[in-house]
Design a protein around this ligand. Sequence first.
Ligand code: NAP
Length: 343
Amino acid sequence: MSDINRQLVLRERPHAEVQDSHFELREGEVPTISDGQVLLRTLYFSFDPTQRGWLNDVPSYMPPVQIGEPMRAGGVAQVVESRHPRFRAGDIVSGTLSWQDYIVVGEQGISGLSRVPKGVPLTWPLGVLGITGLTAYFGMLELGRPVEGETVVVSGAAGATGSVAGQIARLKGARVIGSAGGPEKCRWLTEVAGFDAAIDYRNENTFERLHALCRNSINVFYDNVGGQILDDCLLNMAQFGRIVLCGGISSGYGLDLPPGPKHYMQLVIRSCRMEGFIVLNYLDRFPEAIEALAGWVRAGEIRFEEDLQEGLENCPSTLRRLFEGRNFGKQLLKVADPPIAVS
Ligand SMILES: NC(=O)c1ccc[n+]([C@@H]2O[C@H](COP(=O)([O-])OP(=O)(O)OC[C@H]3O[C@@H](n4cnc5c(N)ncnc54)[C@H](OP(=O)(O)O)[C@@H]3O)[C@@H](O)[C@H]2O)c1
């Protein structure tokens, strides 16, 4: 066990995109624990677009990260010392951590930690069996509700959430069209993930391709992107269609949010429903969803990619990758090699 704890703390709030200079690398001693606490050693971090929102000093579904605090992040860690009956040294857990090598979790945070089951690859609880997989599951099945023969469009389709959402719709018998940036991601969608068609929004005219593929016949639009593609899909919805507002990453999640969609009156004309959600609304149903997702993954019915960066110091640039479209699949970063020998 290293005797230094490195932390990346928020130095300054970004206005637009995240820069390395918004964070400061500090070094200190590994913290000690008291009764009721556990000491964790970080193994992997998850990178999620919502983290950009946590840097804005505005009310949201979670409190903003404060200046001087280590950046909040989902992660997988190993228990190096435990003074809490629920965990033992050596256990591997997933939960909300922060950008540092070691973290002390007390009574309050312990309820949010889950033991990673034996046999499950350590990164899966951060992606396909974690927040992004769960978001796809509940967003598609509870809000989108595709049925056999319907047409489903997914934006951000090659990403961690979009790729799973589209494949769930395919498993329900829908015809699935995804939009993604670049030929490589589009090829993956049709050749690996089983999408019926892919639109390369960086190199093709999205509106024209939507018209050609699904003019006025989109039953479900699962939107991760917002902005122009939301308007393009609004103009091509079928009667009684559903628009699932999962995210709006094209806004960059900075302080300057774009105005709403221009063509929202299509919701009235075509009797459509547009609804947003936060995956945490379904917390009590996570076990059921994880079981279903794990079954599909084991059966080879859901395919996914992981994009693994390395090194705690690279956390800010890794977060940026999501907004630059540089990640191919679930964005992760390895901090330490698992498992670590526990003394
Ligand atoms: N509602 C919830 O509870 C919830 C929970 C988790 C995630 N989400 C949302 O789900 C979405 C996907 O998140 P994720 O974690 O799975 O990330 P991800 O899709 O794996 O990665 C983000 C992707 O967004 C795309 N992107 C970035 N900037 C863009 C732009 N200006 N226009 C179009 N596409 C852009 C990029 O793909 P391309 O190469 O295709 O551009 C990038 O790879 C996000 O909107 C996120 O906020 C919502």
